[in-house]
Design a protein around this ligand. Structure first.
Ligand SMILES: [Zn+2]
Length: 109
């Protein structure tokens, strides 16, 4: 069975990293709203990517221009954490606790 890992994407800010409120990925507004981005299946883990998205940006998510901008931002963030989680995945079957993943996802960009 795969282990689910939730990776939250947000714009870097001075907000507490483990708080409910983070900066909207696209505009930086503080928000607690989360938008499901995508799921990636790996050998050991299933990575569930979620992005902080304020209500204003969420309204625009179905417009192609906004969606492209949003996807680009998500992919850019994910690329930066890829290395870390791929490395973790190669370390046999050592389970990574959610705390570590949380820290990894909050690397400042
Ligand atoms: Zn926003």
């Amino acid at each position: 069975m795969k282990i689910d890992k939730i990776i939250e994407l947000s714009q870097s800010s001075d907000l507490p990293k483990d708080g409910w409120i983070q900066s909207c990925l696209t505009c930086g507004t503080k928000t607690a709203r989360i938008h499901d981005y995508k799921i990636e299946e790996h050998t050991l883990y299933r990575f569930i990517f979620k992005a902080f998205l304020c209500p204003e940006c969420k309204k625009k998510i179905n417009t192609s221009v906004f969606k492209e901008k949003f996807n680009n931002k998500c992919e850019k963030k994910i690329k930066k954490i890829n290395y870390t989680y791929v490395t973790l995945e190669n370390e046999l079957n050592i389970p990574v606790d959610s705390e570590n993943i949380k820290l990894m996802t909050n690397v400042s960009f």
